[in-house]
Design a protein around this ligand. Structure first.
Ligand code: ADP
Ligand code: MG
Length: 771
């Protein structure tokens, strides 16, 4: 079923070229136990990786079921690896925080097998290797031989046709090695096992065939196989497509976001550049979040169940991406092939009645307590926190606004905003014992007052430079400068800093709490409430009057902590949230709004009127007069140069040197080192560039000209001229909502196109890389 034809592979390091394989031709029987022997550096691992589709040859061909893999795309390789190959490594490669059972199940998760079946099959595989009773243990509670047997169970759980083992006994003593070899021999009864070893005795005793390598060439083969001579047998297995990754899902939701986006032209561009980089990181962070979740599972002994006010069915997203990926031919040539993305997208949103649920839980508390360790409520309340020191201006600490210059979080959907949050503040669990079990006080005390906050460090007492910036311990202006440079597509100059920081620095942070309701003052003349949060003098006064947030202590994961489930940052008490809710309900603006719920206190309009104003039918200028669009376009010199994106700047989606090894905060020491560059991903930065088509620029210019004409008409109709007022100039009008809507429409679809392209590339490359 597997044939290698003149496979060659060399590695370039610097200007040195190292030949790993030099014209290897080899065919395997459907079931046999092949040992690959050879000294270190002879190319054994490289050969195994190529057979398993983990690496690809420079030249030559690998035939699977008699079919060349030359045209295989990364998806085909994924399918091959996930469904037909099982890998066993010298170092076991088990995930330390997962149970033995979860480790074995993982292989099935990747190939899209349902939960119950997954469990059954994983247990069956563990039974085969004699470890069923160890299913609940963790890898570090096993001996080396047992750990390797778990790895074998993991390789077997998919019932692969091919099992590849790279020095599986390299780290084991001879007695344990014998057990493993017995197991492999049994496995090889009905499938192909290829094992790399440098132990000739083991190979002699167990393998049915020995292939020796030296310097990347085959020097002997004890039982060669010629499929042509023996009549090629073909065996096909039904192949399940590999499941779409979360990256694909992310890129989809992302595209949706991008079409809605767009404030000014430049921030839209800057945003797309920044967001792509950040989305790439987030895609990885998401993977890290999954890991943190599994750690939470360990800590809380069962999975925390979260019920949110509106829910979004991720699996339907997966479904969407599957559909987009179908390569079915349309019924007739020329027919379009419609995929109901929008339909399925919207039908997957749902709302939950949390008020009733809370009532139910509260009434029935005893019953629930038998099953849940802790029931906690989260409210959509974001404490507004400022640096107490306002001598250098107003410095908002929470929610974090560092990246707002990039357009992130502004106007994004709640889902995306959450994903992209850079806030360092979080709420402590109500049940503080959960925290005390895993964390030690480094300084100070546990919180006692509602306004006490805890600083949480990472393992080994780490704190991120970002947090230091946000808290004002490092100079926040430096960070702002870097973000501005990024937004302006300039080279970012990273601030140097040799200073060291201490726990006392954290204990000494002085913060003020401001009530969101206090941002607004009543304007009795117009009977509306005005937002004063941009008014520096007003804000300084507000901060001075604000309540103190008191840093009561600094904590850090303790020695025994198997997991640190709080990411590093600042934590406030649930009591603070209750306090804020109570204060808010006492505020005048909230009272005023509640007194007349139909009328928006900000503008005196009813909410219905507001909606109508936005609707399509509100005002249709075209029904009133016609516009000579060419003449308008000529009349208003639109600055096209501003739309000309510098290709090199877009190429500045430069992930080279991106080091993700520190990603995800505490508890990450077991994460593999994730350090890679665009080059590693095999992406040529210049392919990420796609200038805005001239045609689009033209259309946008005309649409803007039309929009301005409509504005002038409306202004005249409303009697602006009679009142002796001046209309807005074209430039001023460009800052208004309708103008921005036109811009977003064009820029949005362009950005979406570019983003889609870039994300598709990144998704594929990163998916392969992560695999
Ligand atoms: P073996 O498994 O037999 O010890 P390998 O297949 O690992 O041998 O390596 C074969 C040759 O290729 C060695 O000379 C090794 O240094 C080189 N090589 C393997 N992987 C890489 C790599 N990623 N980069 C550079 N050289 C490599
Ligand atoms: Mg090796």
């Amino acid at each position: 079923m597997l044939e290698l034809h003149s496979i060659a592979k060399s590695y370039e390091t610097g200007d040195l070229s190292q030949v790993a394989l030099d014209g290897v031709s080899l065919a395997f029987r459907d079931s046999e136990f092949v040992a690959i022997l050879g000294p270190s550096g002879s190319g054994k691992t490289t050969l195994l990786n190529i057979i398993g589709g983990l690496d690809h040859a420079d030249s030559g061909d690998l035939l699977i079921d008699g079919i060349s893999t030359k045209d295989y795309r990364s998806k085909d390789w994924d399918t091959f690896r996930n469904n037909r190959v099982g890998f066993i490594f010298q170092s076991y490669n088990l995930i330390p925080h997962q149970t033995v059972l979860a480790n074995v199940e993982l292989a099935l998760t990747l190939s899209g097998v349902g939960r119950e079946e997954r469990r059954q099959r994983a247990l069956e595989a563990l039974r085969k290797v004699g470890l069923a009773e160890h299913a609940k243990k963790r890898p570090n509670q096993l001996s080396g031989g047992q750990a390797q047997r778990v790895a074998i169970a993991r390789a077997l759980v998919n019932d692969p046709e091919i099992v590849l083992a790279d020095e599986p006994t390299g780290a084991l003593d001879s007695k344990t090695s014998t057990q493993i070899m017995d197991l492999l021999r049994e496995i090889a009864q009905d499938r192909l096992v290829v094992m790399v070893t440098h132990n000739p005795e083991l190979a002699e005793e167990y393998a049915t065939r020995i292939v020796s390598l030296a310097d990347g060439r085959i020097v002997s083969d004890s039982r060669p196989y010629d499929p042509e001579a023996e009549g090629r047998r073909e065996r096909r297995k039904e192949i399940r497509p590999a499941r779409m990754g979360f990256l694909t899902a992310l890129s989809l939701s992302f595209n949706n976001l991008m079409t809605k986006k767009g404030r000014t032209i430049m921030t839209a561009f800057a945003g797309s550049i920044g967001i792509i980089g950040i989305a790439a990181i987030l895609a990885l962070a998401n993977g890290v979040n999954d890991y943190i979740m599994s750690v939470e599972e360990d800590t809380l002994s069962s999975y925390p169940i979260q019920i949110t006010s509106s829910s979004f069915d991720m699996t339907s997203m997966m479904g969407i991406s599957m559909d987009l990926d179908t390569e079915d031919e349309p019924a007739e040539a020329g027919d379009l092939h419609e995929v109901s993305v929008i339909d399925r997208m919207f039908s997957s949103f749902g709302n939950n009645d949390l008020a009733s649920l809370k009532e139910f839980l509260d009434d029935d508390a005893e019953e629930i307590d038998r099953y849940a360790r802790s029931v906690e409520y989260r409210y959509n309340v974001v404490p507004q926190v400022y640096n107490a020191n306002t001598t250098d201006g107003v410095d908002k600490i929470n929610p974090d606004e560092t990246f707002s210059a990039l357009g992130i979080g502004v106007g994004s959907s709640q889902f995306m905003a959450q994903l992209m949050s850079t806030d360092i503040f979080s709420e402590l669990p109500e049940n503080l014992d959960l925290v005390k079990e895993q964390y030690d006080l480094v300084s100070g005390t546990w919180p006692e007052e509602p306004t006490d906050v805890l600083m949480v460090l990472g393992r080994d007492g780490t704190v991120s430079d970002f947090e230091l910036y946000v808290l004002g311990i490092r100079d926040g202006d430096q960070l702002d400068a870097m973000v501005r440079q990024l937004a302006n597509e300039e080279t970012v100059e990273v601030a140097e800093d040799d200073a060291t920081y201490t726990v006392e620095d954290l204990m000494g942070v002085e913060m003020k709490l401001v009530l969101a309701a206090d941002y607004y003052t009543y304007d009795s003349e117009h009977d509306v409430w005005m937002d004063k949060s941009d008014d520096e003098a007003y804000m300084k006064g507000l901060i001075a009057k604000g309540e103190d947030l008191h840093v009561c202590g600094v904590i850090q994961p303790n020695e025994e902590a198997t997991s640190a489930f709080l990411t590093a940052g600042v934590y406030y008490t649930p009591e603070l949230v209750e306090h804020l809710i109570a204060e808010a309900s006492e505020s005048d603006i909230v009272k005023a709004q509640l007194a007349d719920p139909k009328v928006d206190v900000f503008n005196g309009l009813t909410f219905e009127e507001e909606q109508e104003g936005e609707g399509d039918g509100a005002f249709d200028p075209e029904s009133l007069f016609t516009i000579d669009e060419d003449a308008m376009a000529d009349a208003f010199q639109f600055d096209e140069a501003a739309l000309d994106i510098d290709a090199s700047a877009l190429g500045g989606v430069d992930l080279s040197g991106l080091d993700l090894s520190g990603l995800g905060g505490p508890g990450q020491s077991e994460m593999p080192d994730m350090h890679f560059t665009l080059e590693d991903l095999g992406i040529d930065p210049s392919t990420l560039v796609q200038p805005m088509p001239e045609e689009t620029v033209e259309q946008m210019t005309q649409a803007l000209a039309g929009g301005y004409a409509a504005y002038l008409q409306q202004w005249a109709q409303e009697g602006g001229q009679a009142a002796g007022e001046e209309p807005l100039t074209f430039e001023e009008w460009m800052d208004t909502e309708p103008a921005q809507a036109i811009v977003s429409q064009f820029v949005g679809s362009y950005t979406a196109a570019v983003t889609q392209q870039v994300m598709a590339q990144l998704t594929e490359a990163m998916g392969t890389y992560m695999n």
